[in-house]
Design a protein around this ligand. Sequence first.
Ligand SMILES: Nc1ncnc2c1ncn2[C@@H]1O[C@H](COP(=O)(O)OP(=O)(O)OP(=O)(O)O)[C@@H](O)[C@H]1O
Length: 261
Amino acid sequence: MIELQGVSFGWPDRPPAFSGLTLRIEAGEKVVLLGPNGSGKSTLLKLLNGLIDPTAGRSFHDGEEVTVQRLRDRDRARRFRRECVLLFQHPEAMLFNATVRDEIAYGPRQLGLADVDARVARWARELRLEALLDAPPFHLSGGEKQKVALAAVLALDPRVLLLDEPSANLDPRTAGWLADYLLGTRATVIVSTHNLSMASEFGERCLVLEPGGSLHYDGPIERALADVELLEVAQLAHRHRHRHGAGEHAHMHLHAWETPG
Ligand SMILES: Nc1ncnc2c1ncn2[C@@H]1O[C@H](COP(=O)(O)OP(=O)(O)OP(=O)(O)O)[C@@H](O)[C@H]1O
């Protein structure tokens, strides 16, 4: 269970990324995080992963407060890092090993898990990375890097998955595979996305962040996706001019596809 009590965060010398967030996410919930560029989605996921501390308020994981200081304790950090993983928005931030095999094995090895090779084999197979296991991650395509980063976090079999725009760069087959995986997992999942065509596949509950502000919406994803005004706030819908031959008209446009951030 994840709980935020009046959480605010501002990067140094910047206006607040968000303020006064209070919410509770039960074990196993699937939550989609929407909001315009710069509204604080990545920042919130980093905070939930204990990489940054709230500037006000408190963040809890299974009733235990999460702070950078508390995660300096080795045993606590090991437990937390095993249970709660973050897929960064830019996979390059996560890839630093010599081969794809080592990349997927890194987390399980660091945490001293027994069945590292079996985990590598399983996630390489699931994400169709077998032919790339000996390749250096830096030589891969954008989508292949994203798949390796995903395999690396899934190999920990975490209880909480924080995914920052996971379907950016993924081909439709792999994005569909991910949606199926998320549907079937018992893990708690929080996914940020701009991809409306995948949003309802990724979760049932939707949080919409306002830039610099608070939570604009917390409710069923289907209701959010049917609410054009709300989608305009999240900058996922906008009035758009179209040229058709000699004519021109304007109408609402939904952003179906994610672009790499
Ligand atoms: N490391 C940082 N240092 C300073 N400011 C930052 C840092 N990371 C993010 N910010 C600022 O914090 C705000 C929130 O950024 P964040 O990346 O969380 O937004 P986001 O909702 O994930 O955006 P996007 O949809 O573009 O990925 C932005 O104004 C951004 O410029």
